[in-house]
Write a protein that binds this ligand. Structure first.
Ligand code: GZL
Ligand code: ZN
Length: 308
C-alpha cells in the first residue's frame, strides 16, 4: 500500500523543505522591523526553512551573506539591496551556482535582468509623486514662497533616489515651491532629528514644509521642531512615506499632515514566489505592491486596522 511504500521510502514522499536564504538590509526603521516580521512569520506559515541575515545597512555584509547562502547550497536567495549598485558580481556567482534570486523591497541597477527572477516592491517614484501631488493640493491658491526641507533616505538606495526624483518632478514646475535644504537622515529617527536640528538652526522660521523619505526620520524631525518651540503639522507641514503606526499617531495628534503608504508586508508574496521558482514556474519580472495615501482626517479611523 501507499503507506507501506511511504514507510519504506520516506524521502521519496517527504516534500523536501525549501531552504530560503534572505539577506535583509538591517533594522534601521519601524518599516524594516515590520518587513522582517512579515518574512519570518510567512516562512513559518509556508513551511519554508529560512536562513536570515541582518546586514546592519552595510552592502559588504549583504554580499557576505549571499556568498554564505551559495556555499550552503540554499534553494532560493531573497535580497533587499541596501543600495542599488554593486551587485553584478555576487549575483553572477549565485547564477553560476544555479540558485535563483528574488529581489524584494528595493531594486538593483544591474543591466542584466537575468541575474534575478523577479523584483517585488513599491514604485518609489510614484510614492514621491504622491507626496508632491498632495502638497500641490494642500497649497492650492496660497501665495509663495513655499520653502521645503527634505530628509533623504540612505544615500544610493533606490527609495532615496526615486522618492527624491518623483517629488521634484511634481513640484518642479511650481515657482512658489523651493527645496531650500536636502540631506540624508539614513532612514533613522536619530539621524532625522539631528539633521532637522541643523536645518532649523540654519533656516529657522523660513521652513514651511518638511518632506521626509520615511516616517522614522519625520518622527525625529517632529521632536526637533517641538524642541525649537515650533508646532509640527501647523508651523511646518509634515509629509512622510511608509505609513507605520508612528505616522498615524503623529497625524492623530495633529503633528503630521499626510503619509504616503509603502507596504512592508512582503513575506507572503516572497514565500509563494519562492515555491513557484522551486517548482520551475516563471514569475513576472516585476511584482508591484499596491498602496495608497492617508491624510490627517483619515488617521484616527484608520489607526485600529493598521497592521504595522
Ligand atoms: C522602502 C524601504 C525603506 C522604508 C524605510 O521600501 O526600503 O527602508 O521606506 C526603510 O523606512 O528603512
Ligand atoms: Zn523500494
Amino acid at each position: 500500500t501507499l503507506v507501506a511504500a511511504a514507510i519504506a521510502h520516506p524521502s521519496a514522499f517527504a516534500q523536501k523543505k525549501i531552504v530560503l536564504g534572505f539577506a535583509q538590509v538591517g533594522a534601521e526603521s519601524a518599516w524594516r522591523t515590520a518587513n522582517t516580521e512579515s518574512i519570518k512569520s510567512a516562512a513559518k506559515d509556508a513551511g519554508i526553512e529560512l536562513k536570515f541575515s541582518d546586514a546592519q545597512q552595510k552592502q559588504e555584509n549583504q554580499i557576505k551573506a549571499i556568498r554564505s547562502f551559495i556555499a550552503q547550497k540554499v534553494d532560493v536567495i531573497g535580497l533587499s539591496p541596501v543600495v542599488e549598485s554593486g551587485w553584478d558580481t555576487v549575483l553572477q556567482e549565485a547564477k553560476a551556482a544555479h540558485i535563483p534570486v528574488i529581489l524584494t523591497d528595493r531594486a538593483v541597477d544591474s543591466k542584466d535582468t537575468s541575474l534575478y527572477v523577479t523584483f517585488m516592491g513599491s514604485d518609489f517614484i510614484e510614492e514621491g509623486k504622491r507626496a508632491g501631488r498632495w502638497l500641490e493640493e494642500f497649497e492650492k491658491g496660497k501665495p509663495g514662497p513655499i520653502n521645503i526641507v527634505e530628509l533623504q533616505g540612505t544615500v544610493g538606495s533606490a527609495p532615496a533616489i526615486d522618492r527624491k526624483k518623483g517629488f521634484a518632478d511634481v513640484i518642479g514646475g511650481d515657482p512658489r515651491m523651493k527645496i531650500i535644504r536636502s540631506q540624508t537622515g539614513d532612514f533613522t529617527l536619530a539621524k532625522g532629528k539631528e539633521v532637522m536640528e541643523a536645518f532649523l538652526k540654519a533656516e529657522g522660521k523660513n521652513i514651511n514644509v518638511l518632506y521626509a523619505h520615511n516616517d522614522d526620520m519625520a518622527l525625529g524631525a517632529i521632536q526637533a521642531i517641538e524642541e525649537a518651540g515650533l508646532k509640527p503639522g501647523v508651523d511646518i507641514t509634515i509629509i512622510s512615506i511608509d505609513g507605520t503606526k508612528g505616522a498615524f499617531e503623529a497625524m492623530a495628534a495633529g503633528k503630521q499632515n499626510v503619509v504616503v503608504e509603502c507596504n512592508p508586508l512582503l513575506g507572503p508574496q516572497l514565500m509563494s514566489a519562492a515555491k513557484d521558482v522551486v517548482a520551475g514556474k516563471t514569475l513576472p519580472k516585476r511584482i508591484l505592491t499596491n498602496e495608497t495615501v492617508y491624510t490627517q482626517s483619515q488617521a484616527v479611523a484608520a489607526l485600529p486596522s493598521r497592521k504595522y
